[in-house]
Design a protein around this ligand. Structure first.
Ligand code: OVV
Length: 402
């Protein structure tokens, strides 16, 4: 095959900047523009391609050998640019290395490893919901969304339970770190040294409680499947991807319910909807806006020829609101058939922690539904800008007790 070189011309070009404050504050209007512009769009500002329709997002994610993760899933191409941290051996690798490492992780997340968690999550969710209802009004970001995952995850995983600030700061770094070196990247890296030191310490075998999920990763090292250093890096993956993502989904979910009292009423009437409600939040809100892939060879995608070594920005958030795939995609409908959403990705790299995320979301929505009759927005919610994550900075609410 002849490599395609030079400036691409066959596909649509756009000057949309997916890492601008304006885009990140509300990506859905520009994502609709990108979807309508064409199946594959060249983003002139960064010299990368982007896909924002459901079909193309799925097509790219299903071909990991052509659309590789090994050059990084952020905008930096590891072949030409330096990663800001040692690459993840789960996220930023391809099969067969990925397959091997993921198996070690997946074992720690097997249903029989998780049975004891639902009870803890339900108890903690009940305590938090009762406390918030007794306060009456609060900020649902720092007082709810940031509290729940940073309380239950360390407990389940077996790390220090007093590391909320470090966990959230590290998550912000990791997800901003997939973008270009803009003001968001730089701001989140301020104070990095102390945060990285704390995280690294938590990743060591001696920091992990022997009865937590983290210790199961080191069981893979004991079995000779990964080295001690690799086990530490796999633990780092949990601490990278497992906190800010669920914080984001919970905050945005509360906002969805506050804006749609009919949906809250439906959940209150049938709490078994909590699981699908969380899934619908992940579809509608897409906490992870998108990740990149890099072509390992010249590739054809919906009639567009991509050169080898091209970065392709895969917009989960675009796919999740594509009217070519979803009926009334902007509507929050907790009874919707959410199968096929890209909020956790699909294919070999689909979110390995999604079972835990769902357990957390379901437990919290269920506990709140039992205790909160209705939500009132008492101030303007504000987004917290991040190069890869959609989330809220503040969400002032008052609740009417059930
Ligand atoms: C899915 C995800 C996001 C961020 C970091 C990682 C994974 C990791 O493996 O470190």
């Amino acid at each position: 095959m002849t490599p395609v070189t030079g400036t691409p011309s066959a596909h649509v070009r756009s000057d949309i900047d997916p890492f601008s404050d304006e885009f990140l504050a509300d990506p859905f209007p520009p994502l609709a523009e990108l979807r309508d512009a064409g199946p594959v769009v060249y983003l002139e500002r960064y010299g990368v391609f982007a896909v924002a329709r459901h079909d193309e997002v799925a097509a790219v994610l299903r071909k990991p050998q052509v659309f590789s993760s090994a050059a990084g899933v952020g905008i930096t191409n590891f072949a030409t640019g330096k990663p800001w941290r040692k690459p993840s051996i789960l996220l930023e690798v391809d099969p067969p290395v990925h397959t091997h490492n993921r198996r070690v992780v997946a074992r720690a997340l097997a249903p029989r490893s998780l049975a004891w968690l639902q009870e803890i999550f339900d108890r903690r969710a009940g305590e938090l919901a009762a406390d918030l209802v007794s306060r009456g009004s609060f900020d649902a970001v720092p007082d709810l969304a940031e509290i729940f995952p940073t309380r239950v995850f360390p407990e389940a995983f077996g790390i220090a339970t007093d590391g909320r600030d470090q966990l959230l700061a590290y998550g912000a770094m990791v997800f901003n770190g997939h973008g270009p070196r803009n003001h968001l990247f730089d701001a989140s890296m301020a104070g990095a040294e102390g945060v990285i030191g704390w995280i690294t310490e938590q990743c060591s075998r001696s920091s992990l409680r022997p009865d937590g999920l983290g210790a199961l990763i080191y069981a893979g090292a004991d079995a000779g499947e990964v080295t001690e250093d690799e086990a530490a890096l796999l633990v780092r993956s949990f601490l990278s991807a497992g906190l800010d993502t669920t914080v984001s989904a919970i905050g945005l979910g509360v906002l969805d319910f506050a804006r749609h009292p009919d949906q809250w009423r439906a959940l209150r009437e049938d709490r078994s909807l909590a699981r699908n409600a969380f899934e619908e939040v992940v579809r509608l809100e897409s906490p992870v806006i998108g990740f990149f892939r890099t072509t390992s060879e010249p590739a054809e995608l919906s009639g567009t020829l991509l050169p080898a070594g091209a970065k392709v920005l895969v917009f989960f958030a675009g796919a999740n609101r594509d009217p070519r795939h979803w009926e009334d995609p902007g509507r929050f409908d907790i009874r919707r058939k959410t199968a096929g959403h890209m909020g956790f990705g699909i294919g070999v790299h689909n979110c390995v922690g999604q079972v835990i995320a769902r357990m957390e979301g379901e437990a919290l929505f269920r506990a709140l539904a039992a205790r909160v009759a209705s939500w009132w927005l008492t101030g303007e919610p504000r987004p917290r800008l991040n190069n890869t994550l959609r989330s809220l900075d503040t969400l002032p609410v008052a609740v009417e007790p059930a």
